[in-house]
Design a protein around this ligand. Sequence first.
Ligand code: GS8
Length: 214
Amino acid sequence: MAPMKLYGATMSWNVTRCVAALEEAGSEYEIVPINFSTGEHKSPEHLARNPFGQVPALQDGDLYVFESRAICKYACRKNKPGLLKDGDLEASALVDVWLEVEAHQYSSALSPILFEVLIKPMLGGACDQKVVEENLEKLKKVLEVYEARLSKTKYLAGDFISLADLTHVSMTLTLFATPHASVLDAYPHVKAWWTGLMERPSVQKVAALMKPSA
Ligand code: GS8
């Protein structure tokens, strides 16, 4: 069967969130860049893949999937269902919990910081330091919860790697491209978890793809 196609440029953490899952799942896929500067994301071809005119989008034969976390789950279910613990009622519930935490706590604090520090200046705007400070405080409160959790278990959902760990990778790597990565220093168990994730070939692949020269 033809490899899946992941549409979107690898400078987007929403796209590389999927790459971490596709790589860890051992999926066969290729990345098809979408050019924002020509408005390709709003073209009829791309709107057929993602009706919101956003990246990422995944194509697998006749199937189109959008929303990065749904794409991640699809890759796991197709190629490495163990990353979701499907079939194990309790473990899969904890994977779900930490997937939600990533989406609604971690990323919702981190996203405005990354936007202000990295994206806005690229678009010709000025970084709003107040937004950064407010969200750093929010992030610290989230990290306190992570620290408590990771002092009890090796990974977020338990003593096993799951998609819930991997969905954190792209934004955390992006955090390291800002002057605020030291926010993690106060949380030794979070740092150890991150160091362990960084050793995984899937995460190294994402890190390499996110380098501006890649
Ligand atoms: C968000 C996608 C998104 O914001 C997901 O897939 O997780 N909840 C969705 N994509 C941005 C890329 S930048 O990171 C995008 O495509 N923006 C262009 C636009 O909204 O027009």
